[in-house]
Design a protein around this ligand. Structure first.
Ligand code: AMP
Ligand code: ZN
Length: 113
């Protein structure tokens, strides 16, 4: 997808600090971390957000969550962590390529909104 920041990261046109990669997903460190560990996990297929998921493209989400669990273990987040996906303008989504934030490494604030 042209002009999509995360598609450019997948293509290697924009550098990233990769944490995990396979043929379906990429995980990399957030450039502006909100917690000691802040990783983004994205599908390689361009899907704009949770609001663009459907029966044909949603299988990658279960794969992403298996990898989230593995990455969290690898990162030593044994005390717990948070997984967040912002959707659209009201949800605070700034990059319209589906992504899941892994946040951890400290006791996170309890509020969600
Ligand atoms: P969201 O606001 O949920 O759309 O999340 C987008 C996230 O992408 C933010 O947490 C940004 O800090 C992060 N981000 C933006 N540009 C980059 C980049 N070049 N490399 C890594 N993370 C980025
Ligand atoms: Zn994209």
């Amino acid at each position: 997808m042209e002009n999509c920041l995360f598609c450019k990261i997948i293509a290697g046109d924009i550098p990233s600090t990769k944490v995990y990669e396979d043929d379906k997903v990429l995980a990399f460190r957030d450039i502006n971390p909100q917690a000691p560990t802040h990783i983004l996990v994205i599908p390689k297929e361009h899907i704009a957000g949770v609001d663009e998921l459907n029966a044909e493209n949603a299988a990658v989400v279960s794969h992403i969550f298996v990898k989230i669990a593995e990455i969290a273990k690898q990162e030593g987040l044994s005390g717990g962590y948070r997984v967040v996906s912002n959707i659209g303008e009201d949800g605070g989504q700034t990059v319209r390529h589906l992504h899941f934030h892994i946040l951890g490494g400290k006791k996170l604030h309890e509020g969600m909104a």
